[in-house]
Design a protein around this ligand. Structure first.
Ligand code: HEC
Ligand code: HEC
Length: 356
């Protein structure tokens, strides 16, 4: 009897084993899909998780889409420590204004109507805390400073108003208003542990290496269609929230976008921002575009119509214009076209020669 059943028992064990393996595998795959689609990033294989090497490992690390700054990179103070500050209410209101600017100060703003419907956070990701996401880590430590664009010393309120007038194509906010005081309080709190004068790693925008050739808007158009259009839309106008208090996907050109005096209108700012942050889900550790794709898509988007700003008073010393400032006159012989699209290396070399 026993001998007759033995093959069946074996087969049964084998089938059960197979079933268990399949179930486990499926669960694993589903797990990975969930992690990836929720925007988390998988730790690179064979590398120690970075969080444990940071001195702040005891604090709650404020991560953005699962990205932890690498060792040495600036990291925002833990949000749950804000209540220790005497001006905690102002700091909290400041963060709220950075994240949901439009709701308070946009075209239908409940405090004032002075900007174009975008939020600061659309460009300063995670309320200005994301590593290489155009964060505010060095604002408290480096302002006030003389900026070549205005030729003047600028304090934090002046710099904030630059973004209101250019990136949000709007009007300046009163420097004594509750809103300005709150945004400044938030930025000072963010940078409270950065020594005066220092710019830590991971702050601001990634410096993308120059290409040998000029950035190409035609190549950029196909990058746009494949990598950007699904969110920012074919017409570049993005998508509003149903209640119109802000954007789900912000616009990239046209009347509601940043104007031609804004930082992103410079190719290096745009390409560097996009390389480490777009399409949404990209990070400095896991970029989704090649350097060439980032430059070319910048060329395409910054070739399309957008609001104009009177910038005749900018760059009083023209020799201080950035290499990729696209409007003359220049202190060199290169045409506007090359200052806009590149190739930038020859301009950089000529400047280095001239400085010798
Ligand atoms: C369309 C994109 C965009 C929007 C929206 C935007 N900014 Fe900016 N902002 C930039 C860029 C680009 C820079 C320059 C970064 C660089 O050159 O490294 C910048 C720089 C700054 C800086 C200086 C940072 C530094 O370290 O020097 C501050 C402060 C700032 N923005 C505040 C704001 C505030 C407040 C808002 C909302 C009212 C805002 N920005 C909205 C794109 C934007
Ligand atoms: C999956 C959706 C998605 C895709 C795809 C995507 N973006 Fe974005 N993009 C966003 C969102 C959402 C924001 C605003 C982020 C925030 O507010 O936290 C944004 C912000 C931006 C900004 C700054 C704000 C502005 O409107 O000026 C730029 C520039 C940008 N994206 C460029 C691109 C480019 C170029 C591509 C293609 C290479 C791309 N994006 C692909 C969702 C997307």
């Amino acid at each position: 009897m026993k001998d007759i059943f033995q093959p069946f028992v074996k087969l049964l064990t084998l089938m059960v084993g197979l079933l268990v393996s399949i179930t486990l595998l499926t669960a694993l795959v589903i797990g990975i899909v969930i992690v990836v689609s929720s925007g988390g990033s998988l730790p690179p294989l064979g590398e120690k998780p970075v969080a444990t090497t940071l001195s702040t490992s005891t604090a709650v690390v404020d991560t953005y889409r699962g990205v932890v700054p690498k060792e040495g990179m600036w990291i925002a103070p833990a949000w749950n420590t804000v209540d220790q500050e005497p001006n905690a209410d102002a700091i909290k209101y400041g963060r709220e204004l950075i994240a949901n600017t439009s709701e308070y100060l946009g075209p239908n703003g409940k405090v004032k109507k002075l900007s174009n419907g975008m939020n600061c956070q659309n460009c300063h990701l995670n309320a200005g805390t994301a590593p290489l996401g155009n964060n505010y880590g060095a604002v408290a430590s480096t302002y006030p400073k003389v900026r070549a664009r205005s030729g003047q010393s600028e304090d934090i309120p002046k710099r904030i108003n630059d973004c209101f007038e250019r990136s949000l194509n709007g009007k300046a906010l009163e420097v004594n208003s509750k809103e300005m005081v709150a945004m400044v309080a938030y930025m000072e709190w963010l940078g409270k542990d950065v020594p005066k004068g220092e710019t830590p790693k991971g702050v601001g925008i990634y410096e993308l290496p120059f290409m040998e050739r000029a950035a190409d808007p035609i190549k950029g158009k196909s990058v746009y269609a494949q990598q950007c259009q699904s969110c920012h839309m074919e017409d570049g106008q993005g998508m509003m929230k149903p209640d119109k208090t802000g954007y789900v996907y912000p616009p990239l050109w046209g009347d509601h976008s940043y104007n031609d005096g804004a930082g992103l209108f410079r190719m290096s700012r745009f390409a560097g921002y996009v390389k480490t942050n777009m399409p949404l889900g990209a990070t400095f550790e896991r970029p989704l575009l090649t350097d060439e794709q980032a430059w070319d898509v910048a060329a395409y988007i910054n070739s399309l119509p957008r609001p104009k700003k009177d910038i005749t008073k900018d760059w009083p010393d023209i020799s201080k214009k950035p290499i990729d400032h696209p409007f003359g006159p220049f202190s060199d012989e290169f045409p506007e076209e090359q200052h806009k699209f590149g190739p930038f290396k020859p301009i950089k070399e000529a400047r280095q020669q001239a400085a010798k």
